[in-house]
Write a protein that binds this ligand. Structure first.
Ligand code: 13P
Length: 250
């Protein structure tokens, strides 16, 4: 089974509308032919204009998070229904920054996953251990817990909409990348874990991407690992040349 290869740029809380438009123009200049699905996740306020600017390109615009209800008294929130209405078909969920700063729990993420699927959206589901978990050799149990608590209620058919993103917290924005050995070891663990719950065929079809200080200089090695199907890029996605150098590492 040929898995989808994905490089997604998570812009986090960076770039106002002017900077966003400028970066998208630069991206359009860089993106000729690519061997993978390219995605960018600008801030909510830039999603609609980004969708319009990229409508003739193969770059997909995705959101960084969403609320678990369609509408209602949730001041400041944005729903899957709203995102769908402007042509956003994919959302990132469970980023460690959302888990840490916005207290998103396994149960809350489960609701968000359900709501995204109800609205026919694809999900890039993030998880990752903290440094203390790795130091105490609890990283495998932390990861299996994050995955099973929010995703293992899903039906087999739901998994066609799921991309898994392993992002060890200690490697995010720190310049410290997990070694390609550590990445492959964890991705293989994740695939085996999914296979045990569902089956091998399903597990082999799920794309598992890596995030955490992926840069032009290390992307090729990380992407060459057997169970790595792409990357979720933070800092390096804010520069079009660096981002496309990573994209072209496939
Ligand atoms: P960095 O690439 O800046 O480490 O961020 C990774 C990330 O959090 C992507 O979601």
């Amino acid at each position: 089974m040929l898995r989808k290869k994905i490089v997604a740029g998570n812009w986090k809380m960076n770039n106002d509308i002017h900077e966003t438009n400028g970066l998208i123009k630069d991206l359009l200049n860089e993106s000729n032919s690519t061997n993978c699905q390219v995605m960018i996740a600008p801030s909510f306020i830039s999603l609609q204009s980004s969708v319009t600017m990229l409508s003739d390109s193969k770059i997909e615009v995705v959101s960084q998070t969403m609320h678990h209800e369609n509408n209602g008294a949730y001041t400041g929130e944005v729903s899957a229904k709203m995102l769908s209405s402007i042509g956003v078909k994919t959302t990132i969920l469970g980023h460690s920054e959302r888990r840490e700063y916005f207290k998103e729990t396994h149960d809350m993420l489960k609701l968000k996953v359900n709501k995204a699927l109800e609205n026919s959206m694809d999900i890039i589901f993030c998880f990752g251990e903290e440094l203390k978990d790795r130091k105490s050799e609890n990283h495998f149990s932390v990861i299996s817990n994050q995955i099973s608590e929010s995703l293992f209620h899903l039906k087999k058919s739901d998994w066609t909409n799921i991309v898994l993103a392993y992002e060890p917290v200690w490697a995010i924005g720190t310049g410290e990348t997990a070694s390609s050995y550590q990445v492959q070891e964890m991705h293989n663990f994740i695939r085996t874990f999914v296979a045990k719950k569902y089956n091998t065929q399903l597990a082999e079809s799920v794309s598992i991407i890596y995030g955490g200080s992926v840069k032009p200089g290390n992307a090729k090695e990380i992407f060459s690992m057997q169970d790595v199907d792409g990357g979720l890029i933070g800092g390096a996605a804010l520069n079009s040349k660096d981002f496309f150098s990573i994209v072209n590492s496939f």
